[in-house]
Design a protein around this ligand. Sequence first.
Ligand code: C2E
Ligand code: CA
Ligand code: CA
Ligand code: CA
Length: 277
Amino acid sequence: SKRKGKYTYTFYSDDLVDVVRYRLFIEQGLRKALTEESITAFWQPIVDAQSGDVVAVEALCRWIDKDVGMVSPDAFIPVAEETGLIQSIGLHMLREACMLIKLLEERGLGGIRVAVNVSGIQLKDSEILDALNEMLQDCQVNPADLELEVTESTLQSENAAMLLWQINKLGINIAIDDFGTGYSSLSRLAEMSVNTLKIDRTFVDNLSQDARHQIIIEAIINLARSLGLAITAEGIETAEQLQYLREKGVDSLQGYYFARPMPLAELLKYLPDKQQS
Ligand code: C2E
Ligand code: CA
Ligand code: CA
Ligand code: CA
């Protein structure tokens, strides 16, 4: 279709006019998608490094457009952040996460954490705190089953750190996503209310070819250990990576080697089998 052609063309163009046009196209599409509920969560399992049991599931946002097909979050999250639409998307994702927690509890799979990515923009005011309080009231789920993933840069903001402290006090877990790629003040990290560090996928890539990546991973593991934090590694694609990270004592693992992000129906088929094995 014409729309598809335009989408593909503008996406690969460096021309400023096309960039502006692309953003507008995405923004208008996103507004429509939000009202039509074509923004949805895919779910990717996170497994215990030793037992292989599913210990958590990460919610990953998908925009499924009837003309364009599936749009990657890398293409629309930045635009959503610039336009403020991330607030609505974020709340929508949190609601889907609460629904899944409820569903898992009903199926006897309570205790599997559900992780949601939270943009720094969502931590600029306390709307998220009110929303979380309300959601926990409405869904009556265990707050310990919910985890928010924030990036290192988010922690630089006093206001965000304060909000995360309050959210953590509700019993909700906080994970630092893409750890090692941003600028974390270590003293800041020690005083933050954080439960988990997620080692960024770039360090897991080329693990066997690049000794520096091994050194970084070991440093992150030591840091997390001494701060009493749990460690998750993401982007595991091979048995070699699994073996290495398991031996290093990483707690949990996520990646295509185990499972790709999948729609809810697929996740529900995937979970009970995994849990029994
Ligand atoms: P992220 O939070 O670091 O999520 C992990 C990304 O790595 C996901 O990409 C996932 O599909 C992908 N991945 C998982 N395992 C593997 C693997 O073994 N190999 C490779 N090559 N990739 C793997 P996805 O779903 O395209 O999301 C990209 C980014 O978009 C996320 O990175 C996150 O920063 C952002 N994002 C996604 N959903 C949301 C959301 O609801 N809110 C916000 N604020 N950001 C989101
Ligand atoms: Ca994440
Ligand atoms: Ca990540
Ligand atoms: Ca990432």
